[in-house]
Ligand binder design. Structure first.
Ligand code: PLA
Length: 439
C-alpha cells in the first residue's frame, strides 16, 4: 500500500513567492511604525484621529450612551442590513450634510447609500461614475487637488479610471488657496470631468476656499459642465459647527446641478473603526421622471456594492441613527463636537506660541490660520525623518501634523524638537506646494 501512496511533495516554491512587496501606506503605515517603536515618550502626529488632552482615544459620551441602549435593547439583532444600508441612516445622513430644508431632497433627487466610511463611499461613488458617466463616449477624467489626501490617488485607478489628474490648490507662499490657478485648471478640464473637492477642512493643507471663492468655483463647474464630487470627512471639525462646515456642499446643491457626496462619521462621531459613512448622488433639478432615474441610480449603487462586500455593517449605522435621530442626543453631540474642534484650536494656539517662544526660525502663523484636524507645517521630508529618528515624533512625510495628537503636556517637547529639526536639517526638497510625490 505504502508504495502506491503519493509521495509527500518536496518543499515547493509558493506561487506567491514572486509577489513584490507593496510600499507601506504613507498614513496608516506610519501608524504601524509608531506602534512598533518601543521608545517611551514617542509621539504620534500622523493619522488624523482625535485624542483627549491625556493623549487617549475618545469615545464621545453620547455615542457611549447610545451603544449601551442598543446593547440593552432586546430588539437589537445581528441580521444583514440591506445592500444600501439602514434606510433611517440614509435619510439622516443626507439631511446632515444637505440640510433639513434641502430642495433636492424634497424633490426626491438625492439617492443615498450607507457606505464603509468615507473611503468606501468614495470607492463606490467613483466606481459608479466609471460605469455610467461618459465624456464624448469615454469614461471621465477625475481631478484631485495638489496636494490632497494620499488615498484619493489610489481610489481613482482602483475604480478603473486610470490615474487621477490634478488641479493646483495651495498657494505655498500665503498658505491659502491659490484660487487663480485652481480656477484656471478647472477651466481646462474636459466637459464632464469629475472634480474631487474637500467640503471643508482640506486635508492636508487646512486651507479652505472662502465663501466668495466657492461661488467662483461653482461658476466654473457650471460653465464647464463638470461633476463635483465632495469628500466630506470633517464636517464639524473645521469650524465646530455642522451647518457652517456644510455651506460649500449646500451652495452647490442649491444650484440644482448633478453632484456626488461622500460622508464619514469617523471623525465627527469618533466612529473610526466602525466604518460608517454615506454616499449620495444628487440628480440635477429638472430631471424628467426623477423618481425613475433615482430608482435606477440606487439599483446601480447596489450593483456596485453587492459583489464588493454585499452589505454594510449595522452597528455604526445604528449609533449614528441614535445620535442624529434624537433631538436631545443631537444637541449633546453638537456640544461634544464643538469641544473637540475647540481642543484642536487650543493646540494650534499653544504650538504656535511655543514655537515663537523658543525662537524656532520661520513664520508659524499658518498653524493658527489653518483649520481642521491638520497643520501643514512646511517641514521638509528630511526634517520629518529627523524628527522621527531622533525624537520619535511621527508625522507624514509632507510635514502634516495631526493637531489632536498634541496635548498640553507634549506641545513644548514637539516645539523644541521642531526647532532642532529646522535649525539642524537643511531643507532640500520642494516647498509645500510641491509635495505631491512625497505623500
Ligand atoms: N477623505 C479625507 C479627505 C480624509 O482625510 C479621510 C481620512 C477620508 C476621506 C476617509 O476616512 P474614513 O474612510 O475613515 O471615513 N484621513 C485620515 C485617515 C484621517 C486615513 O488616511 O485613512 C488621515 O489621517 O488622513
Amino acid at each position: 500500500m505504502a508504495a502506491t501512496m503519493t509521495a509527500p511533495a518536496k518543499a515547493a516554491t509558493s506561487v506567491f513567492a514572486g509577489v513584490p512587496e507593496a510600499p507601506p501606506d504613507p498614513i496608516l503605515g506610519l501608524n504601524s511604525a509608531f506602534l512598533a517603536d518601543e521608545t517611551p515618550g514617542k509621539i504620534s502626529l500622523g493619522v488624523g484621529a482625535f485624542r483627549t488632552d491625556e493623549g487617549k482615544p475618545y469615545v464621545l459620551p453620547v455615542v457611549k450612551r447610545v451603544e449601551q441602549q442598543l446593547a440593552a435593547d432586546p430588539a437589537t439583532n445581528h441580521e444583514y442590513l440591506p445592500i444600501d444600508g439602514l434606510p433611517a441612516f440614509q435619510k439622516l445622513s443626507a439631511e446632515l450634510i444637505l440640510g433639513k430644508d434641502c430642495t433636492a431632497m424634497n424633490e426626491g433627487r438625492v439617492v443615498t447609500s450607507q457606505a464603509l466610511s468615507g473611503t468606501g463611499a468614495l470607492r463606490v461613488g467613483i466606481t459608479f461614475l466609471a460605469r455610467f458617466l461618459r465624456t464624448s463616449g469615454s469614461p471621465p477624467a477625475v481631478y484631485i487637488p495638489t496636494p490632497t489626501w494620499s488615498n484619493h490617488r489610489n481610489i481613482v485607478p482602483d475604480a478603473g479610471l486610470g490615474d487621477a489628474r490634478t488641479y493646483r490648490y495651495l498657494d505655498a507662499t500665503s498658505g491659502g488657496v491659490d484660487i487663480t490657478s485652481m480656477l484656471a485648471d478647472l477651466s481646462d478640464a474636459p466637459k464632464g470631468s469629475v472634480i474631487v473637492l474637500h467640503g471643508c477642512a482640506h486635508n492636508p493643507t487646512g486651507a479652505d476656499p472662502s465663501p466668495a471663492q466657492w461661488k467662483e468655483i461653482l461658476t466654473v463647474v457650471r460653465e464647464r459642465g463638470l461633476l463635483p464630487f465632495f469628500d466630506n470627512a470633517y464636517q464639524g471639525f473645521a469650524s465646530g459647527d455642522l451647518d457652517a462646515d456644510a455651506a460649500s456642499v449646500r451652495l452647490f446643491a442649491d444650484a440644482g446641478i448633478d453632484m456626488v457626496l461622500s460622508q464619514s462619521f469617523a471623525k465627527n462621531m469618533g466612529l473610526y473603526g466602525q466604518r460608517i459613512g454615506a454616499l449620495s448622488v444628487v440628480l440635477a433639478a429638472g430631471t424628467p421622471d426623477v423618481a425613475v432615474a433615482a430608482k435606477a441610480v440606487r439599483s446601480q449603487l447596489k450593483a456596485v456594492v453587492r459583489p464588493m462586500y454585499s452589505s454594510p455593517p449595522a452597528h455604526g449605522a445604528r449609533i449614528a441613527v441614535g445620535v442624529l435621530g434624537d433631538s436631545a442626543n443631537y444637541a449633546e453631540w453638537k456640544k461634544e463636537l464643538a469641544g473637540m474642534a475647540g481642543r484642536i484650536g487650543d493646540m494650534r494656539t499653544a504650538l504656535k506660541a511655543a514655537l515663537d517662544a523658543n525662537g524656532t526660525p520661520g513664520d508659524w502663523s499658518r498653524i493658527v490660520n489653518q483649520i481642521g484636524m491638520f497643520s501643514y507645517t512646511g517641514l521638509s521630508a528630511q526634517q520629518v525623518a529627523y524628527l522621527r529618528t531622533k525624537h520619535h515624533i511621527y508625522m507624514t512625510s509632507n510635514g502634516r501634523i495631526s493637531m489632536a495628537g498634541l496635548t498640553t503636556s507634549t506641545v513644548q517637547q514637539v516645539a523644541d524638537a521642531m526647532k532642532d529639526a529646522v535649525e539642524n536639517v537643511v531643507k532640500q526638497d520642494a516647498p509645500v506646494s510641491g509635495v505631491q510625490s512625497r505623500l
